[in-house]
Ligand binder design. Structure first.
Ligand code: PMP
Length: 391
């Protein structure tokens, strides 16, 4: 292959401590993972509710495979849409109190697909939070809409942008829980601005669903946001719900529009029906097993209380906590030290976060126990303490 930029770009990433590589796990995703024969406590998974190894979800998957086979066989508009997909859509619409729901195979394709389907002309204005996920940024900036980004959670700037916009159709794009800092979107004020400026509102709640809200309905429910017809909610299944895929909810007309005009939906193989069967089971567990959310809150408080005052953390309101290390080099060093002590955490570096804001991203799960948390906090105090002293 002869693309002139590949070799220098990879070399540059190495030089800047920004090179990325994958780790082939022997076993993973739940509380424990095994890499090269060694077991680690996993603090990097988004399996917030600890459902990854749940036997009911596993048997639902197997039952789904028996009934429908391994995959869906085609896109939804051909023969890929099954009763299982329909049942899951209805369950989600009911759970999230939304008129209609549409399934996507990944959250990335839901975000980029919906934003390209809605952004068909320069008469549409998109207003995105600065910390929006890459899939939202790609969807918005690759569309024909006029896209602008407001400072994170800054409603004053958002208000100014909306006031000065001459677009006929406006869409504010924000998240329920921000995945790298663990803070929540200021959804109540953002929703008020949407109503004031007759704008629509798109909330990506990939990290809020399952964890927040009385029955895990997510950040909108937790913040008591009334479900108006201007609202679009996106949730993913690959995190708290422990399966794979995503759903978008909204008015019946909007969902019908996506079925007819969203290229990512129309031209992509539907998710395996067995995955839909398993997700139905996982949502029902999420709705009824409140103890999982309560446990996450308790573990989060315990973790924060065990950290030394010198440890700088993100302003988190969830079970995602960023331990700030400053440089990329520090983040990689701390990641390795913690790994040597049996803890698996991932160093998060630019471009995922700003330069100088590298961190270890800790995600706590209902599958962890008090001992895991106390031992992790002790190790972080020691490793980060030493790292800061040496600087
Ligand atoms: N939105 C947010 C906020 C995310 O964190 C992610 C996953 N990292 C996605 C969307 C994409 O979801 P999926 O992994 O299902 O593609």
């Amino acid at each position: 292959m002869s693309f002139s930029f590949i070799k220098p770009q990879l070399a540059k990433q190495q030089e800047l401590n920004l090179y990325r590589s994958r780790k082939e796990l022997d076993k993973g995703a739940g509380r424990l993972l095994v890499h090269q024969g060694k077991q680690y406590i996993n603090f990097s998974s988004n399996d917030y509710l600890g459902l990854n190894q749940h036997c009911d979800i596993k048997s639902a998957f197997k039952k789904g495979i028996e009934q429908y086979g391994c995959g869906s066989g085609s896109s939804s508009l051909v023969t890929g849409y099954s009763k299982a997909h329909q049942e899951l859509e209805e369950l989600i619409a009911d759970w999230l109190e939304a008129p209609k729901c549409l399934l996507f195979s990944t959250g990335f394709s839901a975000n980029s697909g919906v934003l390209s389907a809605l952004g068909q002309s320069t008469n549409t204005g998109y207003f995105l939070d600065k910390l929006s996920h890459a899939s939202l940024i790609d969807g918005a900036f690759n569309s024909k809409a006029k896209s602008k980004r407001f400072k994170h959670n800054n409603c004053e700037q958002l208000n100014d942008m909306l006031s000065s916009s001459d677009c006929n159709d406006k869409l504010i794009i924000a998240e329920g829980v921000y995945s790298m800092d663990g803070d929540t979107g200021n959804l109540s004020s953002i929703n008020n601005l949407a109503l004031k400026h007759q704008a629509n509102l798109y909330i990506d709640d990939a990290h809020g669903v399952g964890v927040l809200g009385k029955e895990g309905q997510g950040t909108l429910e937790q913040q008591n946001i009334e479900k108006g017809s201007h609202l679009i909610q996106m949730i993913t299944f690959g995190k708290a719900l422990a399966t794979q895929g995503a759903a978008v909810t909204g008015s019946a007309e909007f969902i019908d529009y996506l079925v007819n005009r969203c290229r990512d939906y129309i031209y992509s193989t539907a998710m395996p029906p067995a995955n839909a069967v398993a997700t139905i089971t996982s949502i029902k567990l999420c709705q009824s097993e409140h103890w999982r959310r309560e446990k996450i809150s308790k573990l989060t408080c315990l973790f924060k209380s065990q950290l030394d005052n010198s440890i700088e953390i993100t302003d988190s309101q969830s079970s995602i906590i960023g331990i700030l290390t400053g440089s990329e080099e520090n983040a990689l060093y701390c990641q390795l030290q913690l790994k040597n002590k049996g803890f698996w955490l991932t160093a998060i570096r630019p471009p995922t976060v700003e330069i100088g804001k590298s961190r270890l991203r800790v995600t706590l799960s209902a599958s962890h126990n008090d001992k895991d948390i106390i031992e992790l906090a002790d190790c972080i105090n020691e490793v980060i303490g030493k790292c800061l002293q040496n600087k």
